[in-house]
Design a binder for this molecule. Structure first.
Ligand SMILES: Nc1ncnc2c1ncn2[C@@H]1O[C@H](COP(=O)(O)OP(=O)(O)OP(=O)(O)O)[C@@H](O)[C@H]1O
Ligand SMILES: [Mg+2]
Length: 336
């Protein structure tokens, strides 16, 4: 394998994955929202769909039609990411310039969204490769092509998995967000995922930064409350209170699936003054925690701009809760 020098480490430090071994917990929805919300904070964001089901590509309307290049070609070295990246029009922050930030407009200029999409007919990520080569394929492709230079943040959406796709995501992503669907049995998915990430870090000696757990479809039932508390307790025990469940949590809302089927970011469906602004601001706050971990030097300008937005108090409270999340950000692994 070619010596990829410094650039390999740089791209990994820009990359976040939404990781959970369990299916249907809201990984792709959260990834799509982080992509949109980070772009509205002025970042150039590359989303990478590693899931054979192509959910991130479907949510953003970028699925590669049969016969066209996809992430699959990148992973086997048959195409460069530059040839494959798609630009979903409805996801560019500047098409909503006339809207306030919390209704889908950009907070700061300069943001953009590009996607490396899944193919329309299945994705066999490890075709013709095996072992560590296959697992490092994504990081290698980004490094060789230097495409990472063009982005401030890279968001990887892996499938539910404990196998090589999980390692594909871990090799490429230093930062991790752990989506938690707060229903019974969800906890084992969380603990398995977190332990796998820690094991990866100690075996590969690559840094892994746990940003935190995000409750993705919270409702007010006892089951959800208990699961959330159990997750918090497990994280506290495992990480001595240094990585936890992020504040704010994401409730279950129909606007989220409506946005999914309309292939637009959730914030684009916020209408009226406060209607649905609550959930949009919760996703924005999670994106803020991600940006704080990946590129903290941007925070000052972001918070200056937020102050000028003159947000209603309840929305400002949600947004600023992300600052506390930031204090919980900590390493789970060692430096290379
Ligand atoms: N906050 C929410 N409110 C309501 N529905 C939600 C919310 N978040 C996610 N969903 C819905 O839950 C379903 C699963 O979400 P998603 O596809 O993001 O999960 P996933 O973990 O990526 O699944 P997979 O394991 O298949 O990759 C989708 O139908 C999505 O619209
Ligand atoms: Mg998914």
């Amino acid at each position: 394998m070619a010596d990829l020098g410094e650039s390999r480490a740089d791209y990994r430090a820009k990359t976040v994955a939404t990781l959970c071994s369990k299916g249907g917990v809201g990984k792709s929805t959260l990834a799509a929202q982080i992509i949109s919300d980070a772009s509205r904070l002025g970042l150039k964001v590359l989303g990478i769909d590693l899931d054979p089901n192509g959910t991130l590509s479907r949510l953003t309307g970028t699925v590669a039609p049969v016969g066209e290049l996809s992430i699959g070609d990148v992973l086997v070295g048959a195409a460069r990411p530059q040839q494959v990246a798609r630009v979903p029009v409805d996801w560019q922050p500047d098409i909503a310039f006339d809207r306030p930030w919390i209704q889908g407009g950009p907070l700061l200029p300069g943001g953009a969204v590009h996607i490396l999409p899944a193919p329309d007919r299945g994705l066999e990520v490890t075709t013709s490769r095996s072992g560590t080569d296959a697992e490092q394929a994504l990081l290698e492709a980004l490094a060789v092509s230097e495409i990472g230079e063009h982005y401030d943040l890279i968001v990887v959406d892996p499938p539910a998995s404990t196998s090589s796709t999980l390692y594909l995501a871990l090799y490429a992503s230093e930062h991790l967000v752990f989506p938690l669907q707060t229903e019974s049995a969800a906890l084992s998915g969380l603990t398995l995922t977190v332990e796998s990430a820690i094991k990866f870090s100690s075996l590969s000696r690559r840094r892994v930064n746990g940003i935190g757990v995000v409750a993705t479809m919270l409702d007010r039932t006892t089951e959800h409350t208990l699961t959330l508390a159990a997750a918090q307790e497990w994280m506290d025990e495992r990480f001595k209170g240094q990585i936890g469940v992020l504040n704010p949590q994401i409730p279950r809302r129909t606007i989220v699936s409506e946005a999914g089927s309309s292939m637009v970011p959730v914030s684009r469906l916020v209408t009226g003054k406060l209607k649905n602004a609550d959930i949009a601001s919760r996703y924005a706050a999670v994106a803020l925690a991600v940006v704080a971990a990946v590129t903290p030097e941007r925070l000052e300008a972001i918070f200056d701009a937020i102050e000028k937005e003159d947000l209603p108090e309840e929305i400002a409270d949600i947004i600023y809760a992300a600052l506390e999340s930031r204090a919980e950000t900590v390493n789970t692994g060692q430096e290379n």
